[in-house]
Design a protein around this ligand. Sequence first.
Ligand code: NAP
Ligand code: MG
Length: 481
Amino acid sequence: MTAVETFDNFIDGEWRASATGRTYEKRNPFRPQEVVGAFPASDEGDVEAAVGAAANAYRSWSTMAPQQRGAVLVGASELIAARVDSIAAEMTAEMGKPLRESRGEVARGAETLRFCAGETWRAVGEIFSNSTTGSQIQAIRRALGVVGLITPWNFPWSIPLWKAAPALAYGNTVVLKPAQEAPLTALRMAECFADAGIPAGVFNVVIGRGSEIGTPLVTHPKVRAVSFTGSGPVGHQVRDLAAAHGKRVQLELGGHSPLIVLADADLARASEAAYSGAFWSAGQKCTATRRIYVHEAVYDEFRTLLLERIRRGVVGDPTHLDTEVGPLVNKTQMEDVLGAVERGRSEGGSIAAGGTALDGEGFLVPPTVFENVDDDAYLSREEVFGPVTSLYPIDSLEEAIERANGTAYGLSASLFTRDLASVNRFVAGVEAGVLRINAATAGGEPHVPFGGSKASGYGPREQGRAAREFYTESVTVYLND
Ligand code: NAP
Ligand code: MG
């Protein structure tokens, strides 16, 4: 037996065990016998230390030349680019994402940092003339102070980074509480920042149970803002608590993304997008394709293509580069998904592919396709966080748009067509924050806004220049001599 490595929090520029002395073991979801490491089970005291360090670091970090902060981000991006393979391999080991997707996610993080570094060279405000004296009035954007970031396990690299990069670029200091299911990835991020020379206290990571350290972080008097990505129930609790304590708060929550395929669509591309959107990362994406509305004229042909694509797809060991669908993150998650499949059946749905877990100790559920699911059935309304999608015949775009809007969510939506008028009707009619034409429901770029409408989000959008709205505030300076 090899010894289990123990990892520490990153607080005030140092690797520190939790003051509680407690740890927990994180296991590999494909080989549950294998322990990835022992991680701190932190408590309120560790949060206090991290927020204190971030508050102390704020003044010098926020007042240095913004381009010097940008230089630290560029340094970190270069280290990330050099470490893609090792970081991605550890991410795959701790949360099961197929290696090819892990590598893409880590590499994309370097681009996010470079984009945000570039932002530090931009104008910081506008200048007006005083209406009486003609002297200057400046409206500047300024950092907030300490920001708390609470993140999920499903994009354990990109989500913490797309929050931290703009937060740091604009001059805030950060306390990150990553998901317990993916602690090592967050600690490797801290290592990249540390090795790039980020000053002590500017970026801190505290590992632990959300129900234990979430509230102390959200309510801490020195935390100015909280950015949360995760599930609806937890997010609403975080929002209510943050608001009650007078903090700025932003939520990115679940989704139930529809993909609409019209009769004139390129069906080969549409079925490929349906496959990747519904099943890559084992469907554990907020933007995963949960509903596929196909025009009845091409329904059978599309269905055949999708089922063929599923037969060609590789399910299994996520460390193999040809694997497209790996394990679910843990046993509970797998049981939830299989429970939802059972419920889908009991409510009248029929299964065209998948539906049962694969043999072996890894938490593998193969691509699962339902048909004959009612619009008010569980699978049509609730987010099932796994490789499960449903096919619905439609006879017009209008019908598809109405049904696409039929859930509480509004994160992303896709349309496959060659007809511009249909595109325009889709863009005008679908209630979602991200609309994708002839592309899968999942995916995004670091320089454009990302976020959901309706129950999928709350507060300003993330990423691109949009991030400035959340991580800075406007200060008006009347300059008289
Ligand atoms: P989750 O259970 O809501 O957890 C998210 C984070 O909140 C974790 O770090 C969790 O900690 C923490 N947390 C738990 N209880 C808390 C509390 N009482 N106070 C403060 N923080 C607390 O979500 P998840 O299971 O990790 O992720 C899956 C969900 O995220 C799905 O619904 C998915 O759709 C959504 N998601 C949304 C987006 C988006 O951008 N819209 C992106 C990705 C995922 P621990 O788990 O470590 O205890
Ligand atoms: Mg959870």
